[in-house]
Design a protein. Sequence first.
Length: 393
Amino acid sequence: MRIGIFGGTFDPPHLGHELFLKTFINRYKPDKTFVVPTRIPPHKACETTSAERRLKMARIAFGDYAEISDCEIRRRGKSYTSDTLAYFKKRFPEADLYFLVGSDMLLTMDSWHEPEKIFSLAAIVSSPRENDEKLLAAMKEKAAALKENYGAKIKIMELLPVEISSTEIRGGAEGVSEKIAAYIEKNGLYKESEQIKAIKKELSSSLSARRYYHSLGVMNTAGELAARYGADVEKARLAGLIHDCTKEYTREEHMAVIKRENIIIPDDEIGVDKLLHSHTGAAEAKRRFGVEDEEILDAVRCHTAGKANMTLFEKILFIADFIDPSREYRGVENLRKTAFRDIDAAMLECTSYSVKDLAARRKTIALNSVYAYNEAAALMAKKKAERSERSKK
Ligand SMILES: [Fe+2]
Ligand SMILES: [Fe+2]
């Protein structure tokens, strides 16, 4: 039995990937082929397309002739190829595994984690991405060295040239199938307004790296939630990007903004430093980045405490802040799923978490947070009653 395993970020899957996999299937006639989108570590994941979207695109691109596996994406902690191959060996102990890698990956394979284990578990199949004699020669040389040092079995398949990589596609070149192009278009992936580019540049130097990556993560997540619930994706991304723009201000800096802009802060929020950045963030986003859209500014204003009668757009930012890819607390995976299934259920999860957490730490709970929680609880209770009413009929 032969099993093909094709790993990669697939952000997005391009025609070069498709040609590579199809050629492999034609030549090696595997009994099964798996496409395995790689797990990207949380801090880096803020900059990339979400795991769910990469899985979805892999299904669109390869789903007709390969199984898409989320085994790496679901794995906790560091993710290694050797673990992935061990996982497939355990599932198919009798099978010969063929691990498919691009030329750039082949050339660095001996520096990967546990190379001996990788080469003992699978044969490696690789192809030069371009019609490039020099690259082919380098690959052959590397293959010989890996064979010599590790007893690796390396097969080099020559393909028709497809001179395109995922990085070039993100930069604006074409090179994906029509189905992938339609998905990219529908979800507004890989394009960024000049305004977003300029704000990113400014925030990357004014915020700490950690806060900046969180902001990118909230931007991407808010955009995905907006696409899911039919809100304005571009606006949601902008709100996500700027929501914490004053999070690292000192109390003095917050107070200066509050005074200058005559911001009225509720009495029970003025003493809580953590809540001030929502109010000053809205004012500073307007002054520093020229954001005038009141829907965006309102969402920034209530993104920490919440409030009564939150709009869909406000809920999107509030929840995106809880579940961006840099968050790793217990239960976040479930909350991510809930957020895309039922936004009101996610609101109840988030607000009850905040209220409980603040009370446990003996901190002040802003009335706005209590209003948001009560409203979410009442709404979910109503939905539950309606469901049980329907099931009786
Ligand atoms: Fe915040
Ligand atoms: Fe935040």
